[in-house]
Design a protein around this ligand. Structure first.
Ligand code: PGA
Length: 246
């Protein structure tokens, strides 16, 4: 039985006092045994979060990882460094990285391979912009993004988590309808199915203004296996409500 995964993406938010109070509130809540939960935090706080989460059911995640192993890559964080702090998941290819940091499909594929080689589960993000959706290119765009990752990672692809995040829904309060999301998730599932016989066991998360009010409906869709949560992950009651909905 495949467990759902609810992963918080804190983005560039947090601080020592904030982290402590948020994690204390999360730890006071319930993580059902049939749901995996993770928080993906800014790199400088990995050590802090490792301590705060010790002994809890909440796993630690990073928001990015270098495609390189080590060396002269100023500002980059390697998989070995993430492993030092018990990191289980790394978001790869988030649309904000693609948009503001020029991350290409090639870089996203290489980062995915690097994470897999280190035993870190990459949460690979795909998604179309509003202009692409309006031009009827949604399927073409997400398939191109996922195909690049499949091409580089071959049969190992079964070990990744995919996150469908329509760019127009991120941080905007505009959520894809459950039907819109399911439609794209089904396309991604079919693409994974062509690449691995384990596609049914893989998790495809939805992300983009998922919140306490809309999570249950989204998570009820047959191909939505969890959520990548931005804004609502910064409020413990909201995040815990989403976990309970899963
Ligand atoms: P949001 O962000 O939930 O704030 O829309 C989701 C994400 O970017 O991962």
């Amino acid at each position: 039985m495949k467990k759902k995964l609810i992963a918080g993406n804190w983005k560039m938010n947090g601080g020592l006092a904030f982290n402590e109070s948020l994690v204390a509130a999360l730890r006071a809540g319930t993580v059902p045994p049939d749901c995996d939960v993770a928080v993906c935090v800014p790199a400088p706080y990995l050590a802090h979060l490792q301590t705060l989460l010790a002994g809890s059911a909440i796993a630690l995640g990073a928001q990015d990882v270098s495609q390189y192993e080590s060396g002269a890559y100023t500002g980059e964080v390697s998989t070995a460094m993430l492993k030092d702090f018990g990191v289980r998941y790394a978001i790869v290819g988030h649309s904000e990285r693609r948009l503001y940091h020029g991350e290409t499909d090639g870089a996203v594929s290489a980062k995915t391979a690097r994470a897999l080689a280190a035993g870190i589960t990459p949460i690979v993000c795909v998604g179309e912009t509003l202009a692409e959706r309006e031009a009827g290119q949604t399927e073409e765009v997400v398939k191109r993004q996922l195909a690049a990752v499949i091409h580089v990672n071959g049969h190992c692809i079964s070990e990744i988590v995919v996150a469908y995040e329509p760019v127009w829904a991120i941080g905007t309060g505009k959520t894809a309808s459950p039907e819109q999301a399911q439609q794209v998730h089904a396309v991604l599932r079919a693409q994974l199915h062509a690449a691995t016989d384990r596609s049914a066991l893989m998790r495809i998360l939805y992300g983009g203004s998922m919140n306490a009010a809309n999570a249950a409906q989204l998570l009820a869709q047959p191909d939505i296996d969890g959520g990548l949560i931005g804004g609502a992950a910064l409020k413990a009651p909201d995040f815990l409500t989403i976990v309970a909905a899963a």
